[in-house]
Design a protein around this ligand. Structure first.
Ligand code: AMP
Length: 282
């Protein structure tokens, strides 16, 4: 396995790879790897000759300094895990200075409506940080394809927009959500949950499933009220938002229209840990 800490060494390897006519896929991550990340790597391996996994906890996308401090890290463990998957993978694990240079700040983007709702509303500046780091990674690594999870569906749509607006020559590929046996979406943050919180957080998934069932027969308002009421009486979980939105514009809807795709989105706290999840409704 090749581990690159410096962008120049990686760029040399990428040039060599491309001179052989081979394709490169990028899987950007913040480490503390789990099966969800590994599934992205496996998707990438199916259609790219070489896969590079970037591991970098991006400071500019954290709007809360305690969240950044608490975020789980373990590069050595991540490398061992990736080795068991495929010893030919490349890892890019730069420092913030290596990636950003002296100024570790976000560029400001206009993601239109996509950036103003849900995560954009509750985590000010988050998507500017995401856009900045993804653009930097695309420019440095120059992959032909990049793989992102639908777990962060809003992020995926924002990266698609960024790639189009900035004419970045990368194909963005969305991959399905991997879940724990109890239905909880896999997340690095799950490691921060107490065992009983982790068990009870499966309620998020159960609520999404039930919303999907109700979507066939009930109004959006009915479902939204029902979800808020469910969380109200939950002993561990605190709902931050529940929204039913158009899957491409992410605009909240009041009424369903034929031919449109809709998704339900949840953000909730289990103790101090903020969890997000979403599900296609039709
Ligand atoms: P993160 O390390 O949390 O920034 O995630 C890195 C990538 O893995 C993002 O594209 C996420 O959407 C994706 N990802 C995280 N959790 C999952 C999951 N449970 N299933 C599928 N993809 C995931």
């Amino acid at each position: 396995m090749q581990i690159f800490k410096e962008k120049e060494a990686l760029q040399t390897a990428v040039r060599e790879l491309k001179s052989q006519g081979k394709t490169l896929g990028l899987v950007p991550t913040m480490g503390a790897l789990h099966d969800g990340h590994l599934s992205l790597v496996q998707n990438a391996e199916k259609i790219c000759d070489q896969v590079v996994v970037s591991i970098f906890v991006n400071p500019t996308q954290f709007n809360n300094p305690q969240d950044l401090e608490k975020y789980p890290r373990g590069l050595q463990k991540d490398i061992e895990l990736l080795k068991t998957l495929n010893p030919n993978l490349w890892v890019f694990a730069p420092t913030a200075q290596e990636l950003y240079g002296e100024n570790i700040i976000s560029e400001e983007f206009d993601f239109g409506g996509l950036g103003k709702v849900m995560e954009g509303k509750y985590r000010a500046g988050h998507f500017d940080g995401v856009g900045t780091v993804v653009k930097l990674l695309f420019e440095i690594v120059k992959p032909s394809k990049a793989f992102f999870g639908q777990k962060d569906f809003q992020q995926l749509q924002i990266i698609r927009k960024l790639t189009k607006d900035e004419k970045l020559p990368v194909e963005v590929i969305g991959c399905p959500i991997l879940r724990e046996p109890n239905g909880l979406a896999r997340s690095s943050r799950n490691e921060l949950l107490e065992p009983e919180e982790r068990e009870s957080a499966s309620f998020i998934h159960q609520t999404l499933l039930k919303s999907r069932d109700l979507f066939g027969t009930k109004s959006v308002n009915y479902i939204t009220d029902w979800v808020y009421a469910q969380f109200e009486s939950h002993p561990f979980l605190k709902l931050e938002y529940f929204e039913i939105a158009d899957a491409s514009t992410l605009k909240k809807i009041n009424r369903k229209r034929k031919g449109q795709e809709y998704r339900a989105f949840i953000a909730a706290y289990a103790g101090e840990v903020r969890l997000i999840d979403n599900m296609a409704l039709n």
